[in-house]
Design a protein around this ligand. Sequence first.
Ligand code: NAD
Length: 346
Amino acid sequence: MAVFNQVEFDNHEQVVFCADEASGLRAIIAVHSTKLGPAVGGCRLWDYAKDEDAVYDVLRLSKGMTYKNAVARLPFGGGKSVIIGDAKEIKSEALFRAFGKHLERLGGSYYSAEDVNITTGDVMMMHKETNYVLGLEGKSGNPSPFTALGTFLGIKAAYQHKHGHQDLAGVKVAVQGLGAVAYGLCKHLHEAGAQLFVTDINQASIDRVVSEFGATAVGIDEIYDLDVDVYAPCALGATLNDNTIPRLKATVIAGCANNQLAESRHGEILREKGVLYAPDYVINAGGIINVYYETKPEGYNKEQATKHVEGIYDTLTEIFARSESEQKSTHIIADELAQEIIAQGL
Ligand code: NAD
């Protein structure tokens, strides 16, 4: 398997393969950069078909965290970890403690946290063996309301740039996925007077926002064909692709989902179409910003965390302005901004 020549390798500082025979642990920890601080990024538990897929995924996600943390102006580098296996079968205290021992061995160059299939409870088990974990129970708490706030402010920043005002009263917003973040986002949007069109694969989640926020429920695939002003992807990745982009009528795309562009070229297609895309890792950084405040020596402070999350509005405004003046797509500008911050320091 080629590693150093993979595009995703991108000068990773360290990649560690971890195993523990007794608990069945097989994991990979990737530290992309510690230039701005210790690498921080969650741990994903996934049943990868091949080891190569796990390597590809962890390298890609780890590099993404370097960029995300830099643009959020956090004193964190980027890293990520994956545990390989079926979440329904392999979870055990022994497995998470064995993983915690591997984190401990890295001596603080990488801090882990929750991600897909890893709960706060799982992180608490890692914590029995190491302090190099974040997002613990009883500290900064649930990150989702902060991600929701950042996403809401990101929609306002995008609307301001595109239409010269940020009054969302009567603005039609299509929200795809109504999970932990999107519920909070819908609440903010409803309070701002927006008209909501929503979809989810879970009927109970739909019923809740229909009854609480007067949202209109639409079909899973219908969401792409609506005559709306804003499309907010809040469920899956890769929903901006060759099939959906020609169908979308929104002038603004701004949501919390990770990896919204199926391929980088789709960002450029959106720009050519005159659609303003809020780069995913910039708009959805509210959760990681909040987690940062639990590392403060003086302890977690909600007001400080909220103020920092509110900065997402200004960061996106800067990205939109540069995108226009340099005639480059917003996701490219976001990457360039990250590279500048990493090179210059915070
Ligand atoms: P979640 O699991 O609570 O919600 C996801 C929702 O999407 C669920 O309600 C699910 O039923 C729905 N869904 C799944 N497939 C769907 C489909 N095909 N069509 C419509 N809906 C579908 O997750 P979350 O924490 O709200 O995160 C949502 C997205 O935001 C994810 O991409 C996540 O990676 C990203 N994100 C979340 C945070 C955070 O703080 N939670 C931070 C950054 C990024």
